[in-house]
Ligand binder design. Structure first.
Ligand SMILES: Cc1ncc(COP(=O)(O)O)c(C=O)c1O
Length: 307
């Protein structure tokens, strides 16, 4: 991957050099996956000479929701995380696009039911848009089933959930694909290992509704609102069957890390013409505009870093 770590991180509220950001190997975060997180992006806007973090408040809402469900007790407030994000970007003097993580976890040592002490870190990685974002990726419908709400709820952004996506990704890669699409226990399309999924068929945009074992993605919500505003199209939110993927004219993933990623092949069937479709391309263009702030709509979605 075309990424590199920024020199500083934040650990338990303090700026530390990257090499010193360590936790104990017996922390329940490590031994039992008692660890929730958010992935955010900040975009550099050269015209404004400004770096914007995209949809900070929505990410913090989800972080606190995940910590609540996992019963992680911690002393930090929204302001602590918001200020920490901004401080870290400033101390690293970031003037390009980066991906950030906030992790909130059970620290020190303890049993499976330990709920404290809470630990936190924030990281920053220089991560440009992936090279396949323009040409599209090739996906495999995985033979691994998506985790379900009453077992390991995908709505909770817990690090432990990524075991499922990891299995599917490794299988897809070893079978010669770029990534995977997971089906639910009932055989419905859910999402990718790190992104939600949309299809376009006969001009209609469809995505699985949030009761289909998916993460309640912030990019998904952005695109649902964007499709209406930019293209005048309502997105249908409903269960999607596997074979609808093979009938679709366009398919794309979306997520903070993957942004808007076209899918040009599923299970070796070309999607539509086998190239990036017009609705996907337009949503991608508009998404980048609003995230970078070259499109000035929705200023509330962008938090400026430098004042
Ligand atoms: C499993 C999964 N689904 C969906 C998403 C997209 O969520 P968001 O748009 O909030 O980044 C992610 C990435 O964070 C993810 O890991």
């Amino acid at each position: 991957m075309d990424t590199s770590n920024a020199p500083y991180m934040i650990l338990n509220g303090k700026v530390v050099p990257f090499a010193e950001a360590r936790i104990h190997c017996l922390a329940p975060a490590v031994t039992y996956g008692a660890n929730v997180f958010e992935g955010l992006r900040a975009y550099w806007n050269a015209d404004d000479g400004q770096l914007y973090v995209f949809r900070v408040e929505e990410h913090l809402d989800r972080l606190f929701y995940s910590a609540k469900v996992m019963r992680i007790e911690h002393p930090w407030t929204r302001e602590d995380f918001r200020n920490g994000l901004l401080e870290l970007l400033r101390v690293n003097e970031v003037k390009e696009s980066v991906h950030m993580r906030i992790h909130l976890y059970v620290d020190e040592d303890g049993f499976m039911t330990a709920t404290s002490p809470g630990g936190m870190f924030i990281s920053c990685v220089f991560r440009p848009t992936s090279k396949i974002a323009m040409q599209g990726c090739r996906a495999q419908v995985s033979s691994w089933t998506r985790i379900s709400d009453n077992a390991s709820p995908p709505r909770v952004k817990s690090a432990a959930n990524y075991f499922n996506g990891r299995l599917a990704s490794l299988q897809a890669k070893s079978d010669g694909y770029d990534t995977a699409i997971l089906l639910s226990e009932t055989g419905r399309v859910t999402e990718g290992p790190g992104a939600c999924l949309f299809i376009v068929r006969d001009g209609r945009i469809v995505t699985p509704d949030v009761s289909n074992d998916i993460l309640e993605s912030i990019t998904r919500a952005t695109l649902i609102e964007g499709a209406k505003e930019w293209l005048g199209l309502d997105v249908e939110q409903r269960p999607i069957a596997r074979t609808e993927l093979y009938a679709a004219d366009e398919v794309f993933f979306c997520g903070t890390g993957q942004e808007v990623l076209p899918v040009v092949e599923v299970d070796r069937f070309p999607v539509g013409t086998g190239t990036v479709g017009p609705i996907t391309a337009e949503l991608q263009r508009r998404y980048f505009g609003v995230a970078r702030g070259t499109d000035t709509a929705h200023p509330d979605w962008r938090t400026p870093v430098y004042v």
